[in-house]
Each structure stands twice: as C-alpha cells, then as structure tokens.
Design a protein around this ligand. Structure first.
Ligand code: DGL
Length: 269
C-alpha cells in the first residue's frame, strides 16, 4: 500500500528546516510541505496554552494541504504539545526532543551540555529524561536566549549572533562537558560558528539524521510511501520573512532545488 499525500513539517520558524533537509536527503521521493510560523517565534518564551493553540493552527494548515503525517520540527512544540496533538488527530506525528540519551551514554567525562530554549528546558518531558540519567551523568543546561530571534531576523553568520552564542558556550564550557546537545532545531544552523567557539574535544549532537530515520520507519510502518509517479514537490510557507527561509533552503545546495516553491503567509497588521 502507498499514499500520494505529503510529509508536513512545522516549526516556530526556519529552524525545522534542519530536520526537513535531513528527511529530504533520506527520502528524496517524498512530497513535503513546510510551515515556518516565524511571525510567532520564539515559541520558547510562550506558555503551554499559547504554544498548543499555535500548534493546532499549524497542524490544521498542513492537513488541509494533504499532510499524511507531521514532523513537529521543533523541540519546544514537541515537549509542550505533542501528547495533545496525538490525542486530537489520527495521523502519525514525529516529535523531536534534546538527544540527552545518546550523549549521556557516550560521555566519558560524565558531563554533557544542552543548549535549548526556555520552553524546552522547563518542560516536564525534558526534566523527566534529564532525571532519568542524573545518577550517571551531569546534564548542564543553558537557555540559548536571543539565538532564535537573531536567526529569524536574518542575522545568521553575523558578528552580533556570534557574540550572543559565544557567551552561552562560555557558560556551558565552564563544566567538563564532552558532548553538546543542540536542543533547538535552529541551532544546527550555527554549527560552523559553534565549532569556532569551542575548544577541546566536544562532540556536537545534532538530532536531524536520527529524526529522518524515525520518519522513514513511521512511513514504512504505516504504509505511507509516496505512490505519486510525478517528481516530488516541496512547498515552503512562512508567516514571517520568506527571504530568510529561502536563503536557508538555498544554503543546503539541494539537488531538488527546482522542485521547491515558496509562499508568503505574512499579513501586516
Ligand atoms: N526551533 C525551535 C525549537 O526547536 C525554536 C523554538 C522557539 O521558537 O523558541 O525549539
């Protein structure tokens, strides 16, 4: 059995593109639709009720456009809302949470760092996982204050963003961490900058490839493989700055670039 629907993705902005890119590399024959709710970023500063309301809007938007499954490409939305989304909708959801487990299992110094949003670090989900490993490993957390806003504002690769990032990393690196878990989907966009700002042997844990593998497993288990003989289409929507979204997609140097279309949902007040 197969299916002509599309894989839906949403994030509070452009961060989930790091997940979308990994899924697209692994499953190049699948149609995708991506919603960047950039006008409402950062989600990490909102309360759970507000986040859930936005997630429901995003999911309805994707389902109206033929999503057969949804990747919640946002740690904050996953930790705050995915249980409720699974209760409300019949299609499969894939979530993403800071990858504490693989980092904790591999850590030699028994100390790992997690850079994430306030919403994720405060969530019940996150604290449950952190607690689970707390006997063996020290999990040092840092809220990446300012990073999402700067990326959404088109400041990726800027000195200003580098300054903010450097401060966060300096705090984390005061502890003997040997793994740095990127607990927000925006942060893999910063990997080149992170590498320049950390010293010693610290492995950066980017969850994108394992989320892509999980997406593949869910597609197979639910018989959702794309049956459409046409070349797959990738539809990108943003409630905010479509230029920022486009520049990030273009930086991925995709072989499928001519199959990507962009639509702005920005509505000036
Ligand atoms: N990319 C989102 C995440 O993974 C950012 C959340 C936010 O907007 O604060 O958490």
């Amino acid at each position: 059995m197969s299916n002509s629907g599309t894989i839906g993705f949403f994030d509070s902005g452009v961060g989930g593109l790091t997940i979308w890119n990994e899924v697209n590399k692994l499953l190049p024959l699948e149609n995708t639709i991506y919603l960047a709710d950039s006008i409402n970023a950062p989600y990490g500063e909102k309360n759970q009720e507000e986040i859930l309301k936005l997630c429901i809007q995003n999911v309805d938007f994707l389902i109206e456009r033929n999503a057969k499954m949804i990747v919640v490409a946002c740690n904050t939305a996953t930790t705050q809302a995915i249980d409720k989304l699974r209760d409300l909708y019949a299609i499969p959801f894939i979530g993403i949470e800071p990858a504490i487990k693989p980092a904790a299992l591999k850590s030699k110094t028994k100390c790992i760092g997690v850079l994430a949003t306030n919403g994720t670090i405060e969530s019940v989900h996150f604290n449950r996982t952190k607690e689970h490993f707390s006997n063996d490993v020290k999990v040092v957390t840092q809220v990446g204050e300012g990073l999402v806003r700067a990326i959404e504002g088109g400041l990726l690769n800027s000195l200003e963003l580098n300054g903010i990032l450097k401060e966060h990393l300096e705090i984390l690196c005061k502890e003997p961490i040997d793994h740095l878990v990127l607990g927000c989907t925006h942060y893999p966009l910063l990997i080149p900058m992170i590498e320049k700002n950390i010293e010693g042997n610290i492995s950066i844990v980017d969850p994108g490839p394992s989320v892509a593998k999980q997406t593949e497993r869910v597609i197979n288990a639910n018989y959702l493989t794309n049956s459409d003989p046409e070349l797959p289409a990738h539809k990108m929507y943003s409630t905010g700055r479509i230029d920022v979204l486009k520049s990030i997609v273009e930086s991925f140097s995709l072989s499928t670039a001519n199959q990507v279309s962009y639509s702005s949902l920005y509505q000036p007040e």
